[in-house]
Ligand binder design. Structure first.
Ligand code: TC6
Length: 680
């Protein structure tokens, strides 16, 4: 785990704990002992700490969290580094994250490669840097830069770290350790950070809190991070660390951190495919074809272009093709205007795009993604046609959001090459991709679908075939519940407020307004059989039409709509419904609990591989608040017995289509988790 070596009078301490050099018990002890031994070794004049393999260190070993901490604790090790009478240099490549960066902060000098990533991402786990990071970083780089790094959790590059004074030198990766040793040999004294005063002008905290108010609202960790950094301005290191430790322990024991740590591991677990050898050979994906230049097709293409993968995009008519590519350019330029891309990058990405009306141009593509509208006949026709065009071994994917991938696959002679790749709108931004495993999908096709999604920066989750897959199937009862309560007497605002207060980015009715009230509408204004029909009949098709359940101002903020409420009142009267008061509790059950019930059915049918996959779908596809861990984790924290009791209490209002999931009922009865109950 820890290897030491002498280079003249410089001692190197190498952290070797694959895959990420987490600071597990043995690593901590090893570093501590090596530093300690060096103090009394007259042959050692200076020390270099570096990481073996891909990185310096990804920080504390997260798998040890929640267990009693084995000595020495990380803070003790870092204090020992800082107290070393011989100068210590940290040599950083790859990532130095969390406790990894805190180790480097305990060192007296830091060298890094230009591309190294230095960060304190604890906030993403609902924690704060609990091994002196909140105290040492502000002493080194000042309050604004420290607050930025600690509260955002985003890493910075070695180059940026040099700019803000976090590292002393940037060196080439090939000679990192060598250069660090040479540097260490020139140093004659330690330079502890902990005894420095923090440069502090006043007003920094207030400014920061104001600028970030929206992002950190309701979250425990960012607030605690700010409080800890503030302590660095008034307390000496040891007392500041004590304050930091106490805040850290409070966070660690809290519900938000538990949920966020679940989300971290859930995302990684989702990458694992049941029943597939880990080393299955992937098919190379060098050229991608996209059929359909609508909003989805364009958004999907942008992901590949941004990752440097050429895309051939096919449309039926020139006008649609031009409109689609024009929109892609507009989206890229908007990103550039925000400073997130240079114009050279925009042009570079678009240069990889080949727009065409010629289907045969797809013959060179390794992966072809169909993204036309939801119609089984149209999709089957396209796949039958592709069968004659695509090269052998090409992966044929559908972006369908509801339809059967198995039925689509039957339209070809190569159903084993067919897979679903369901992107979420806006496809260039939302991170989720449901990778739909058909009955005949070949293992390497599935594995390549997963790997390709990751390559373009997405979070892929495997789903089996069913109507709506994991995400949209759970969305259905949620939207249905909202529509029914609207009819029974609730206002759109009342329903949506419950979801927003819970932490969702928007409520179900705001979501329908965004997606289009008219999705799936029969387009006959004289046929009014539902509330949605009534809105559609007068052109209230949602945000795109200027209004739906809500009105919208020029900044697209939603406002209560007297027109919509008039339409709702009329429809209720015609339907003979006397409006009644509906409680927030009922709204919760009929928009949230019903999703958990559907999620449990999805699990018991084997559509989702594990309950945490369902959580990942909702966090990354629909903005479910990460700090609650996702719908299934949330339900298990609330208690499945309580969820079931709530559902049963409202059973007569859940509609004829409702039935309690036997798996949910069994897990609730036996006190097991859903995964355990499924395993039997
Ligand atoms: C902290 O330091 C607190 C300090 C205060 C203490 C008082 N521990 O992500 P990948 C596993 S909090 C244990 O796929 P990449 C991961 O689960 C910590 N395990 O790789 C996976 O295991 P699997 C602050 C960890 O190259 C494997 O390593 N640090 C840890 O895409 C590979 O991971 C962070 O929050 C860990 N710390 O990305 C950093 N990290 O193969 C968290 C990873 O069995 N880590 N694993 O599934 C990351 O952000 C990324 O892993 C990465 C590498 C950017 C370092």
């Amino acid at each position: 785990m820890i290897e030491t070596q002498r280079h003249g009078t410089v001692l190197t301490i190498r952290i070797g704990n694959p895959p990420v050099n987490a600071l597990s018990e043995d690593v901590r002890r090893g570093i501590y002992q090596a530093i300690d031994a060096a103090q009394s070794d007259d042959g050692v004049s200076a020390i270099v700490i570096h990481g073996a393999g891909r990185m310096f260190s990804a920080g504390a070993d997260i798998t040890e969290f929640g267990k009693p901490l084995a000595e020495p604790g990380l803070a003790v090790v870092i204090d020992a580094i800082e107290a070393s009478a011989k100068p210590v240099v940290a040599a950083i490549h790859g990532s130095a994250l969390g406790g990894g960066l805190e180790v480097a902060l305990g060192a007296h000098y830091r060298v890094a490669t230009a591309s190294a990533k230095l960060g304190l991402p604890e906030v993403a786990l609902g924690l704060l840097p609990g091994a002196g990071g909140t105290q040492r970083l502000p002493r080194l780089v000042g309050i604004p830069a420290a607050l930025d790094m600690i509260v955002s959790g985003s890493p910075i590059s070695g180059t940026k770290a040099l700019d803000i004074g976090l590292v002393d030198k940037v060196v080439p990766e090939a000679s990192l350790v060598e250069d660090a040793i040479a540097y260490a040999a020139t140093l004659d004294a330690p330079r502890p950070t902990g005894t420095r005063a923090v440069s502090f002008e006043g007003g920094e905290f207030e400014r920061f809190a104001e600028q970030n108010a929206r992002k950190i609202k309701g979250l425990d960790a960012p607030q605690a991070c700010i409080e800890a950094v503030r302590a660095a301005t008034s307390l000496p290191l040891a007392e500041g660390q004590e304050k930091e430790r106490s805040l850290f322990h409070t966070l660690m024991g809290g519900a938000q951190s538990k949920a966020l740590r679940h989300a971290f591991f859930a995302e990684r677990a989702a990458a694992k495919i049941d029943g597939l050898p880990k080393d299955v050979a992937l098919r190379p994906i060098e050229k991608v074809g996209v059929i359909g230049a609508g909003t989805m097709g364009g958004g999907i293409s942008m992901n590949f272009l941004s990752a440097g993968i050429p895309v051939t995009i096919v449309e039926m008519v020139q006008e649609a093709l031009d409109r689609g590519t024009g929109l892609m350019r507009k989206n890229y330029e908007a990103t550039a205007a925000k400073g997130r891309m240079t114009s050279a990058q925009v042009e570079g990405a678009l240069a990889l795009l080949t727009p065409t009306l010629d289907f045969n141009a797809l013959s060179e593509c390794d992966l072809i993604i169909e993204a036309v509208y939801e119609n089984m006949d149209v999709k089957k026709e396209i796949f039958a046609r592709l069968d004659g065009i695509a090269k052998p071994g090409a992966i044929l994917a559908s972006n369908t959001s509801y339809l059967s991938v198995d039925e689509i696959a039957q339209a070809t002679k190569r159903p084993e090459d067919v897979v679903g790749l369901h992107f979420f709108s806006p496809a260039n931004i939302m991170k989720l991709v449901e990778v739909v495993r058909g009955e005949k999908t070949a293992p390497d096709v599935l594995a390549t679908g997963m790997a390709t999604a990751r390559k373009i920066g997405k979070v892929p989750v495997v789903s089996g075939v069913c109507f709506g897959f994991i995400g949209n199937r759970m969305l259905d009862p949620r939207l249905e519940g909202a529509m029914e309560m609207l009819l029974e007497g609730a206002t759109p605002d009342q329903i949506d407020r419950v979801s927003v207060a819970f932490g969702m980015p928007m409520g179900p009715l705001q979501m329908i307004d965004l997606a289009g009230v008219d999705i799936g509408w029969h387009r006959d204004p004289t046929r009014i059989e539902s509330l949605r029909d009534a809105l559609n009949a007068v052109g209230r098709w949602g945000q795109k039409a200027g209004g739906g359940f809500y009105d919208y101002d020029e900044k697209r903020r939603h406002l209560p709509s007297p027109v919509a409420s008039g339409i709702i009142d009329d429809y209720r009267a015609k339907a003979g419904v006397t409006p009644r008061a509906i409680s927030d509790e009922e709204i919760m059950v009929r928009t949230m609990h019903v999703m958990v019930n559907e999620g449990a059915k999805i699990l018991s049918e084997g559509i989702a591989q594990r309950s945490s996959d369902v959580d990942v779908v909702w966090i990354y596809g629909y903005g479910w608040p990460r700090h609650t861990g996702g719908p299934m984790f949330w339900a298990e924290q609330v208690g499945l017995a309580k969820i079931v009791a709530d559902l049963e209490r409202y059973a007569d209002r859940l509609g004829e289509g409702f039935s309690l999931s036997p798996l949910l009922a069994e897990a609730a009865r036996s006190g097991r988790s859903l995964d355990e109950a499924r395993a039997g």
